[in-house]
Design a protein around this ligand. Structure first.
Ligand SMILES: [Fe+2]
Length: 255
């Protein structure tokens, strides 16, 4: 009965999909998996990936990332909020959970989100290079802050009593100081699109002991003001130096 974390599996890369396919179908039958977003932009691949994980784990909890809401290649969907609705039903059909679930005596809570520039204002260079600005489409007049609020409002405000530990997880970063000091200055122009202070406010209000996040593709474990933050992104095939490209067990963090 172990709890594992993984994010940013990006199964659009065949090597990553092969890794998912090759995961043991026996070893994790009693285990819980947190999947913190960015599986794929392709709906059929998303269904396949979730089904594969669900077939191997006792329970899988999931939130979508930005890539999962891209609509650039899908002629049937021209709105990322509609894509989100599709993702909800794909996850439900696959048997993955997007609601809080118990793992032993810990409550695991998915937190939706987006980025709202609370980590900084986007520069022209970022606006030109960041794919979400072209691959996502939002209903008229919804800006990034409103998109973020839309998703944050869907998160639980209170939790049932009885859990010894609370584990929250989001795709997006809840705080910008999770980016380590060694990240070069040129990469810091991405800060505005990494997450939202609103996620941090929510996880603190929920009394989180442990928070799993994705999106940055930089594996990290750090404790800040009583909460342990963990990133275990699988990442792109070329990112072996900043991503372990393996499941990470969280049980030691819960004892
Ligand atoms: Fe992402």
């Amino acid at each position: 009965m172990r709890l594992f974390a993984l994010s940013d599996i990006h199964v659009d890369y065949p090597a990553n999909a092969r890794w998912v396919d090759a995961l043991s179908s026996v070893d994790h039958r009693d285990d819980t998996l947190i999947l913190a977003g960015d599986l794929t932009e392709d709906r059929r691949l998303l269904a396949w990936c979730l089904q594969r994980f669900v077939s191997k784990f006792r329970q899988v909890l999931f939130v979508p990332g930005n890539h999962d809401l891209w609509v650039r290649r899908d002629p049937d969907i021209d709105c990322s909020l509609r894509k989100f609705d599709e993702v909800l039903s794909i996850a439900a059909d696959a048997g993955a959970w997007m609601q809080p679930r118990m793992h032993q005596d810990s409550l695991v809570v998915p937190l939706l989100g987006w980025y709202d520039y609370s980590f900084g204002a986007p520069c022209d260079e970022l606006r030109a290079m960041w794919m979400d600005y072209r691959a996502c489409r939002w209903p008229d007049a919804l800006d990034a802050g409103q998109v973020t609020q839309h998703f944050l409002r869907m998160n639980p405000g209170v939790l049932p009593n009885g859990a010894r530990r609370v584990v929250t997880f989001s795709h997006f970063l809840p705080r910008i100081d999770l980016i380590p000091f060694f990240v070069p200055r040129a990469m810091r122009r991405l800060d505005p699109v990494l997450g939202s202070d609103g996620i941090e406010q929510q996880l603190r209000a929920l009394g989180a002991d442990l928070h799993v996040y994705g999106h940055s593709h930089i594996n990290r474990r750090v404790s800040i003001d009583g909460v342990v933050y963990v990133n275990n992104a699988f990442g792109y095939p070329q990112e072996g130096s900043i991503a372990a490209r393996a499941l990470l067990a969280l049980d030691d963090e819960l004892n």
